[in-house]
Design a protein around this ligand. Structure first.
Ligand SMILES: Nc1ncnc2c1ncn2[C@@H]1O[C@H](COP(=O)(O)OP(=O)(O)OP(=O)(O)O)[C@@H](O)[C@H]1O
Ligand SMILES: [Mg+2]
Length: 311
């Protein structure tokens, strides 16, 4: 049989290293995610650099020895779950910068996407997952310090992981998908048992049908939702005021991008940043000014992305 094992270049779209000022900027532009940001920073910080909690215990609870191990022994998996265009991928791509600065180490992020859309990889999912874990473990072993803090850390990002989110109990599940789930579980266990400075981030729209064995192994599930009215204001206010809109105009647009009689859901974060704002600008470009009247017409004409429905 031909050797299917992909090379690191084929496997990972692009490796990122942190600290990285561009990523720092992108992280700071994510709105309304303070809770997710803080949790992720803490958990990742400890997974990649366990000495942190030992130092904390020494200072605050010098007699606590065993209890900190319950924190340190958590499986190295964090799930980012929820609505489309809500910042899951963006946070997963940029959090490494925060953790790198906080822990004063270098971090490498290795991203793979399990999206079945058009990359012809469906049949190779198991191979893809096992190899991704192999590379991650290999890389983490190299940077694990002899004692104490690691010199660096690795984050494996498994994005668009919906293919893993169908329960194994579901008899409809394709054989290859089950094998993929099993490879994923093995990978998490291997990584955890190795006590390596590494963690896995997994993004999915379908937390409800995530395999129970994967759910059990996640140290934390972070949820992402559509922006509230305040969060929409937060996203739109800066850019629109720059264009000369007053607060009343901005608030009207905020209102229009919320739930309506027509749609029981409002705009996603990405509807605002990647559709509405660019449309407003492109409409005026190249020879007109942006006006609030035109901007409102454009907002009215955009249909919010429908929420991801679990079935
Ligand atoms: N919380 C947010 N604050 C500001 N902008 C956001 C936020 N969330 C998403 N965006 C914008 O939307 C874009 C798409 O977000 P992202 O790719 O992270 O979505 P996602 O949650 O991964 O969605 P999907 O489930 O469809 O993959 C981002 O690049 C950013 O411009
Ligand atoms: Mg995404």
């Amino acid at each position: 049989m031909e050797n299917l094992k992909p090379s690191a270049e084929e496997l990972f779209e692009q490796a990122y290293t942190y600290p990285d000022t561009d990523m720092k900027e992108r992280y700071s532009m994510l709105i309304g995610l303070d809770e997710q940001k803080n949790k992720l920073k803490k958990i990742l910080g400890l997974l990649v650099n366990p000495t942190g909690i030992e130092e904390w215990a020494k200072k605050h609870h010098p007699s606590a020895k065993k209890i900190i191990h319950t924190v340190l022994r958590r499986p190295p998996l964090i799930v980012l779950a929820g609505d489309v265009g809500a910042g899951k991928t963006e946070l997963a791509l940029t959090i490494g910068d925060e953790v790198a600065r906080q822990e004063k180490i270098n971090i490498t992020l290795l991203p793979i996407s399990l999206s079945a859309r058009g990359n012809g990889r469906v049949g190779q999912m198991t191979q893809l997952i096992s190899t991704a874990f192999e590379y991650t473990i290999e890389k983490a072993k190299k940077i694990k310090g002899q004692s104490g803090a690691a010199r660096g850390a690795v984050i494996l990002l498994v994005d668009e992981a919906d293919a893993l989110a169908q329960s194994r109990e579901n008899t409809q599940m394709h054989h290859e998908d089950k094998a993929g789930v099993n490879a994923f579980i093995r990978g998490i266990d291997n990584l955890g048992n190795g006590k390596l400075p590494a963690a896995v981030l997994m993004c999915t729209n379908r937390i409800g049908s995530l395999d129970p064995a994967i759910k059990r192994r996640s140290a934390e599930v972070l949820y992402f939702n559509r922006p509230s009215k305040d969060q929409r204001l937060n996203v739109l206010n800066g850019p629109l005021q720059e264009l000369g809109f007053n607060l009343k105009d901005v608030e009207e647009i905020v209102e229009m991008t919320g739930e309506s009689k027509e749609f029981e859901y409002g705009f996603t974060f990405s509807d605002l940043t990647q559709r509405l704002i660019p449309s407003i600008i492109l409409d005026a470009y190249p020879d007109k000014n942006v006006t609030p009247t035109r901007a409102k017409e454009i907002a009215k004409g955009i249909i919010p992305t429908s929420p991801f429905k679990e079935y």
